[in-house]
Ligand binder design. Structure first.
Ligand SMILES: *[C@@H]1O[C@H](CO)[C@@H](O)[C@H](O)[C@H]1NC(C)=O
Ligand SMILES: *[C@@H]1O[C@H](CO)[C@@H](O)[C@H](O)[C@H]1NC(C)=O
Ligand SMILES: *[C@@H]1O[C@H](CO)[C@@H](O)[C@H](O)[C@H]1NC(C)=O
Ligand SMILES: *[C@@H]1O[C@H](CO)[C@@H](O)[C@H](O)[C@H]1NC(C)=O
Ligand SMILES: *[C@@H]1O[C@H](CO)[C@@H](O)[C@H](O)[C@H]1NC(C)=O
Ligand SMILES: *[C@@H]1O[C@H](CO)[C@@H](O)[C@H](O)[C@H]1NC(C)=O
Ligand SMILES: *[C@@H]1O[C@H](CO)[C@@H](O)[C@H](O)[C@H]1NC(C)=O
Ligand SMILES: *[C@@H]1O[C@H](CO)[C@@H](O)[C@H](O)[C@H]1NC(C)=O
Ligand SMILES: *[C@@H]1O[C@H](CO)[C@@H](O)[C@H](O)[C@H]1NC(C)=O
Ligand SMILES: *[C@@H]1O[C@H](CO)[C@@H](O)[C@H](O)[C@H]1NC(C)=O
Length: 815
């Protein structure tokens, strides 16, 4: 009724109901809106929360998305309170918002010489375009708020020097720019999230043109029918953009108030579905908990003040707004030893992401011991924290607020003696899952002590020797010692991580060849710096592999944790990885049948060891050709334990809500339900075995007509009595037919749909070594060999974006 009335009143100076354009003599105010021609987006005044603050904004047209979802805001910092006496109109060739007192509070700010037929039109892709006739003058796509819409660009224009970046809202009811921003780092061709426009805490990794993805953004690996990603970089501009394959899909990417990037899609059944989120952990968001506070995912609350500190604003804190952080409960004695209890200030240990480049650094001196460093800080009344590096003798002191971060360097925070609890209560449990173990550095011995318990202990006394004492008092056992390399020696060994030394790029960072003194050749894996990713995997790998000793497992020689670097040092494998031979037509002939069979046996022995005979029971979870390294004599060694999981001795299976692994090698129960066991490794082994015998990549079958998987193809031939045709043509001249056929048979047994049908590694070895007389059980149809059971994991063999199956993926956590 009302809208009909409004339609009749469509005056010349006002917007017509349903129009998509504002022309020179029209204005928009009150409840008036414009709607894009195809009914996708709507623009007008909106109220943020229940604040009575009004903003000019854009949202999805309500027939498409009934819950008003703001995608763009014009006057982010200056709202109006009376939208009926405020107006948006064209003035002096610009789109201008006038407030109640007719003062311009927001404008497009373009200078145009041509003033003919200036108008603004709302397009169906969510772009608001100011034009003079058909000449573009300005567009909202160039000034995004917190939403990155399909078809818009996010990046840097080298001609206009303009940058598009997303900034979070201040809070859910205030669209003013908040502390978090997503922007392009043109020098590294990556997107990064920064706090306060300065502190980077997350990155997508560089754009890898050949794989068509950002190197650290695992979400982009999922085969999908939804997004078509594109990254363009040339001398004029660098930007990232994406489009949607389906015309009726509604999807958006936002820089959320939580400091996380989210991709959301509107469900036809109603509601926004979260497709992915990064960083996954709240605590990986810098600055979330404010100063002198510590973040932990569990138990709630997310943020807790350090001992001796209390929330600056209890009200905000209780509303879960932690950004103001904490302040000291008791004034520092500041050298006044005649003070409260005759004690000087003490220090509590905290991890901080602060690096020496940070502005808060007050003084950097070189002293011989941590005690000397501590007394420098004590003697300076303004010093709030110090950090000490024993390898470089650097003593850094800071003033002002300190920001905690689990993955950062260790700092000692000043606190009043009266707030300093007795040391045992200050022993701190760290680590998110209470299963990982802290590595304590023993400075004098140059050794890293890895403690395998169920808890993480850290001392708070600032004296490293006491850490060890506390640990033994806590009854932690099974220490393993591992050489600790200094960063300096790693830099020398790799020639400053030179490109020439680079061996390749693993899931969590590049791998370099290094030469240690005494000419020992090593492989050095450098975990991506500042990525906030992979640290958990780092600890996992350290903890696991340091304990494993087997001729078919790659050996960890040591590590380096210094500054912001996390580095692993492995024995060097001159023949690199199996895939380099197997899938390269010019190299594969080097792998004759005898070598292939020995490689299969070696991998099987290595797996049996981690499943059964090591002191821990380990599921590798990411077995694939590129993770099998070959030594000088082509002896295979399993590597990359970053994804591995330890089982209790009595545990046989487990679930994870974080599915990691590589498509094509993942067992159906793992890919579908995150359910893993030794049998999921057996499945991957079966795929790998068939690859070794056939010389064919499992991945290429996703696009082939005959069969969807390598196993399906081999099974078809096998059933037709043509098993010999499965064998790599390049070795078909000379091979042991019975051995090769036996391998195919075992491979097919390993990739069966039901985990219960698959053999254990012990029986795999038994079957591989069996003589001709040993009969093997018949095999059932492999998993994923038909369209029906393959599509059940929600992916497709026909994806155009899914170009590289040999990479490790990590699916978002189910929520
Ligand atoms: C806008 O108003 C001006 C002066 O009032 C008039 O000259 C002009 O023709 C009008 N333009 C349109 C498109 O109605
Ligand atoms: C309109 O904006 C101007 C400039 O910011 C401001 O001084 C004035 O108070 C605003 N008017 C109202 C009614 O808020
Ligand atoms: C327009 O310019 C003014 C003054 O330079 C500035 O405050 C305002 O943010 C600019 N508006 C836009 C949309 O860039
Ligand atoms: C945030 O950035 C501003 C400007 O770069 C700086 O002055 C301020 O100190 C920063 N805030 C904190 C808490 O670091
Ligand atoms: C940007 O343009 C300048 C010249 O205007 C050029 O020197 C520079 O290389 C360009 N930057 C990139 C990243 O292409
Ligand atoms: C960059 O801009 C110049 C001038 O507009 C144009 O001639 C050139 O083709 C552009 N380069 C690319 C790669 O688009
Ligand atoms: C829109 O999407 C739904 C669900 O994916 C589909 O069933 C429907 O056919 C699509 N409609 C059009 C017009 O593409
Ligand atoms: C030291 O502490 C005592 C007791 O709190 C106080 O009376 C005295 O003024 C303090 N001295 C200084 C220099 O702060
Ligand atoms: C840094 O600390 C040293 C040792 O306490 C002191 O001698 C020096 O004056 C300090 N420098 C500054 C700039 O505070
Ligand atoms: C501590 O800071 C205050 C205020 O910034 C300054 O006046 C004073 O000189 C500083 N004291 C020292 C020892 O640096």
């Amino acid at each position: 009724m009302l809208s009909l009335f409004f339609l009749c009143l469509c005056l010349k100076s006002h917007i017509c109901f349903g129009a998509d354009t504002i022309t020179a003599n029209q204005s928009l105010s009150g409840d008036q809106t414009i709607v894009s021609a195809g009914g996708k987006f709507e623009l007008g005044f909106f109220e943020a929360g229940n604040t009575a603050n009004y903003y000019i904004g854009m949202w999805y047209y309500k027939k498409l998305v009934p819950d008003q979802t703001i995608v763009w805001v014009a006057n982010r910092v200056q709202p109006v309170s009376d939208r009926f006496s405020s107006e948006l109109r064209i003035s002096d060739g610009n789109l201008v918002l006038f407030n109640e007192s007719k003062t311009p509070i927001w404008a497009t700010n373009v200078s145009s010489s041509s003033a003919s037929f200036i108008h603004v039109v709302l397009l169906d892709n969510g772009n608001l375009a100011l034009r003079a006739g058909s000449l573009p003058l300005w567009q909202s796509f160039d000034q995004p708020a917190h939403t990155f819409l399909p078809e818009s660009k996010l990046g840097f224009n080298n001609v206009t020097k303009r940058t598009q970046l997303l900034t979070s809202w201040k809070n859910s009811e205030d669209p003013a720019p908040g502390p978090f921003s997503l922007e392009l780092d043109a020098t590294s061709n990556s997107f990064i999230i920064k706090w306060n426009r300065s502190q980077q805490y997350w990155t997508t990794g560089f754009w890898d043109q050949s794989r068509h993805r950002f190197s650290l953004l695992s979400e982009m690996l999922m085969p999908n029918h939804i997004f078509n990603f594109r990254y363009v970089t040339n001398e004029n501009e660098s930007y990232f953009t994406y489009s949607l394959y389906g015309a009726n899909i509604t999807s958006r990417l936002i820089m959320d108030v939580s400091g996380q990037v989210k991709q959301l899609s509107w469900l036809h059944t109603g509601g926004w579905k979260l497709l992915w989120i990064q960083p996954k952990n709240h605590c990986d968001v810098y600055g979330l908990c404010g100063a002198f506070s510590r973040c932990s995912e569990k138990p709630l609350p997310l943020c807790n003040c350090l001992n001796g500190y209390e929330p600056k604003s209890k009200v905000d804190w209780d509303l879960q707004d932690y950004s103001l952080g904490c302040s000291r409960k008791t004034r520092l004695q500041c050298g006044n030893v005649t003070g409260v209890d005759g004690m000087s200030d003490r220090f509590i240990e905290m991890s901080s992401r602060l690096s020496s480049e940070d502005i808060q650094i007050q003084n950097l001196t070189y002293v011989h011991s941590i005690e000397d460093c501590e007394s420098i800080c004590l003697n300076d009344c303004n010093c709030t924290a110090y950090g000490y590096s024993s390898s470089s003798s650097e003593c850094s002191t800071w003033k002002g607020d300190m920001w905690a971060d689990e993955n950062g360097r260790t700092l000692y925070i000043r606190t009043a003696a009266s707030d300093y609890k007795n040391p045992t209560s200050n022993v701190m449990l760290i680590g998110r899952k209470r299963t990982i173990v802290i590595a304590t550095v023993s400075a004098t011995a140059g050794l890293l002590t890895i403690v395998f318990g169920h808890f993480l202990w850290k001392n708070t006394l600032g004296k490293r020797s006491e850490t060890i004492k506390n640990l033994s008092a806590a009854g932690v056992e099974n220490d393993t010692e591992l050489p600790l390399y200094s960063l300096r020696s790693i830099l020398v060994a790799t020639n400053n991580f030179s490109e020439a030394n680079k061996l390749g790029e693993g899931g969590f960072g590049p791998v370099y060849k290094g030469i240690l003194p005494e000419n020992q050749e090593v492989a050095i894996k450098r975990l991506s710096k500042k990525s906030g990713q992979g640290q958990q995997e780092f600890m996992n790998e350290l903890k696991l592999i340091a304990k494993l000793q087997h001729t078919n497992l790659v050996r960890l020689l040591g590590c380096c944790i210094e500054a912001e670097e996390m580095i692993l040092v492995y024995e060097y494998m001159p023949n690199r990885s199996l895939d380099k031979f197997l899938f390269d037509p010019s190299e594969k002939t080097k792998l004759d049948w005898g070598r292939r069979f020995r490689i299969i046996e070696g991998i099987a022995q290595g797996l049996l060891y981690i499943h059964k005979y090591s002191r821990l029971r380990i599921i590798h979870r990411d077995l694939k050709a590129s993770n099998i390294l070959l030594d000088g004599t082509m002896n295979p060694k399993i590597s990359d334990f970053g994804m591995a999981k330890i089982f209790d001795i009595n545990q046989t299976e487990a679930n994870t809500n974080r599915v990691v692994g590589t498509y094509g090698y993942m067992s159906p129960e793992y890919a579908r339900y995150g359910h893993f066991s030794e049998k999921s490794d057996v499945f991957s082994f079966g795929v790998l075995l068939l690859e070794i015998v056939s010389g064919k990549k499992n991945a290429v079958f996703y696009r082939s007509e005959r069969s969807l998987t390598l196993a399906g193809w081999a099974w078809d031939l096998w059933n037709e009595g043509r098993g010999i045709e499965v064998i790599d043509a390049s070795i078909r001249e000379i091979f042991q037919a019975h051995e090769a056929l036996r391998c195919i048979h075992v491979g097919l047994l390993c990739v069966q749909e039901s985990a219960a049908d698959r053999p254990t590694m012990a029986s795999v070895i038994h079957m591989l070594q069996g003589n001709e007389a040993t009969s093997l059980p018949p095999t059932k149809e492999p998993a994923f060999s038909t369209q029906k059971n393959f599509s059940a994991i929600g992916s497709s063999q026909r994806s155009t974006n899914y170009s590289n199956n040999a990479l490790t993926i990590s699916l978002p956590e189910a929520r």
